[in-house]
Design a protein around this ligand. Structure first.
Ligand code: 13P
Ligand code: SF4
Length: 311
């Protein structure tokens, strides 16, 4: 059996689309109808007229799609694909935290559970966090969660003093400054690209800080021919595909056995699991309706602001 051909056939038969995040395995990105960052996946999910969406990413991405498309069947190849960042912010803990800051608006990163989004005024992704925070009046009091690195980066570029939740992505926190400096010494003509979920000492040495889509677009447009990439290494597939004449070097984590940095959760999804989920309509995503009705407001606000600002 040619699994790629079978997946394509099933997609036609079932009027299904496959959405994949840039951190997915190369072969999943190849078979997907759409590959993008978290913002683009939500935007795509909101406008598709397919009957079935197979979201190749982690659980919160499947939930976001389901919240936006309650009448569609949303499947995820492996429903154990969690996220250390989403896990670092439990809804009950956030609700207690919010009580300590009456009158504050709650801005949450998309890497959160549906329950956290239901407690949120507006959701952001790394593609639009700066602009959405800036859309609030200068003196607006804001709680930002759960990523402490993204939160303090947004504080630094906007001059705001948001109260930042103390959560982080285990993958992005692992990049080694020492190893990036060594790579830069060996490749003085290379530029460093970093995702804002990385620690501040990595962001300081970066030539460009941005979401996966922003880093990709920067690499495409830049005159530079070589890049050291400090985000999950799945993005290298699209970077190499989009810029065959440029060199992309993955930034390594502290752990000396690895040359690149992978999110284990993102790699739970395989072509076989994707085929199985689509064929047998397995691992359907469900979101409690009461939670969904609240969560959709904060996600829709994000989409509306992004559309207005053409993000
Ligand atoms: P973006 O897709 O917004 O770049 O976020 C990266 C990420 O960590 C997704 O899990
Ligand atoms: Fe979560 Fe980090 Fe993996 Fe993204 S890379 S899914 S934030 S653990």
């Amino acid at each position: 059996m040619n699994i790629v051909e079978e997946i394509k056939k099933l997609k036609e038969e079932k009027n299904a689309v496959i959405l994949a995040h840039y951190y997915q395995r190369d072969e999943i990105q190849e078979v997907a109808d759409f590959v993008g960052d978290s913002l683009a996946l939500a935007q795509w999910a909101a406008k598709t007229d397919a009957d079935i969406l197979v979201v190749c990413g982690v659980n919160f991405m499947g939930e976001t799609a389901k919240i936006l498309c309650p009448d569609k069947k949303v499947l995820i190849p492996d429903n154990t694909a969690g996220c250390s960042l989403a896990d670092s912010c439990k809804a009950d803990d956030l609700a207690e935290f919010i009580k300590q800051y009456p009158g504050y608006k709650v801005v949450s990163y998309v890497n959160t559970t549906a329950e956290v989004k239901a407690l949120t005024d507006v959701v952001v992704t790394s593609s639009n966090a700066k602009e959405i925070v800036e859309s609030f009046p200068k003196d607006e009091k804001i709680i930002f969660g759960p990523d402490r690195n993204l939160g303090s980066y947004i504080n630094s570029v906007t001059g705001r003093e948001m109260v930042v939740w103390d959560g982080a992505c285990d993958v992005h926190e692992q990049f080694s400054l020492q190893k990036i400096k060594e790579l830069k010494e060996q490749n003085p003509d290379a530029e460093v690209l970093a995702h804002p979920e990385c620690k501040k000492h990595i962001l300081i040495v970066a030539d460009k800080v941005g979401s996966t889509a922003a880093l990709l677009n920067y690499a495409i447009k830049s005159d530079c021919k070589k890049f050291i990439v400090a985000t999950e290494s799945g993005i290298l597939f699209k970077m190499r595909q989009s810029c065959p004449d440029k060199e992309f070097i993955p930034a390594p984590p502290e752990d000396s056995t690895c040359a690149c940095n992978e999110c284990a959760f993102m790699k739970y999804n395989t072509l076989e699991k994707l085929y199985d989920a689509l064929k047998n309509e397995k691992h359907e995503v469900f979101v409690d309706e009461e939670i969904r009705e609240k969560a959709v407001i904060s996600i829709q606000r994000m989409l509306d602001i992004s559309e207005k600002l053409k993000l």
